[in-house]
Design a protein around this ligand. Structure first.
Ligand code: GUN
Length: 296
């Protein structure tokens, strides 16, 4: 079997188009403009690229983009004071603090100082608890993007066996909650899982989010399964730097029914979902109907 390639780039463009159309309606009908504030502390090169892309795509969707770049030695008090200002600002509906933060800053404390209603990353402990109990919450962007692609490809995923490899707070755990919310039978596997190969072979939906280049070979995939590759790993091949996922793409694509490529799969969906979350946060703040198809 040769897998259907799930085109995340095209899907993300569609999501951004839906967001932009809804934003335009908010402006015409209610005189409202959703606003996203992104806070970057320090000069991590990868983070700078992400933040630039976020700013560009936010503006392209017709939303207000506020960028706060702070020096690497910013004190916790100064960062908390900025977040308090953003929490109080009526022009800001979403706040994202780019991670990782410099080591002297307590990430949990900082994230939990964001107003949960503006926490478009879905990392605040309140949102984690709401998602875990099946209540309305802000949902982390990367797992939300994966869920949207799975729903689009399958229609319903109810009753399917889903295996999530990776147990991070940002991807693995919320991904498992979302799959459970859509009535999958969910296993969270990780580096200490016994016979990981056999566990993966039981998956109708296999989500790889471990951060280890090409760790999952084709013979761990059930024939016809859907493989969602969250990994983005930079590796050197034949003297060139390349991006590869957490699965061996060629090996898995030969067995799977559908697969997300790297690049061009899950990656582009993350910022698209950030825009969707900012729009959702704005609608909730104003008591307006939420955008359809853009939430969990
Ligand atoms: N760093 C890498 N990915 C992310 C993300 O999704 N959110 C935040 N806040 N920081 C990140």
């Amino acid at each position: 079997m040769t897998a259907v390639v799930i085109d995340g780039k095209a899907f993300a463009a569609r999501v951004r188009g839906q967001v932009a159309a809804h934003v335009a309606r908010l402006r015409e009908e209610h005189g409202l403009q959703p606003g996203l504030a992104v806070v970057l502390v320090g000069e991590d090169p990868a983070s700078q690229v992400y933040v630039r892309n976020k700013g560009t795509q936010t503006a392209e969707a017709g939303m207000a983009s506020f960028e706060h770049r702070l020096p690497a030695d910013t004190s916790e008090a100064d960062l908390l004071a900025l977040i308090a200002r953003l929490n109080a600002s009526p022009a800001v509906h979403g706040i994202l603090v780019q991670l990782p933060l410099p080591k002297h800053l307590d990430s949990d404390l900082v994230i939990n100082s964001i107003d949960p209603a503006k926490d478009v990353d879905g990392f605040h402990i309140s949102n984690v608890g709401l998602l875990g109990t099946g209540q309305k919450s802000m949902v982390p962007c990367t797992p939300l993007g994966c869920l949207m692609m799975l729903r689009d490809h399958h229609g319903s995923i109810a009753g399917m066996n889903a295996v999530v490899v990776g147990r991070s707070n940002i991807v693995g755990k919320p991904m498992a909650q979302l799959l459970l919310g859509d009535s999958c039978t969910v296993t969270i596997a990780h580096s200490r899982t016994r016979d990981l190969a056999a566990v993966c072979r039981g998956a109708d939906i296999l989500v790889a989010a471990v951060g280890r280049p090409e760790m999952i070979p084709g013979d761990w995939v059930k024939p016809g399964a859907t493989v969602v590759d969250v990994g983005i790993n930079r590796v050197e091949r034949d003297g060139k730097m390349r991006l590869v996922g957490d699965v061996d793409y060629a090996g898995c694509a030969a067995v799977a029914g559908a697969i997300t490529p790297v690049p061009g799969g899950v990656g582009p969906m993350t910022i698209a979902c950030l825009l969707a979350n900012t729009l959702t946060a704005c609608c909730r703040a104003k008591g307006l109907p939420e955008p359809e198809g853009l939430t969990a």
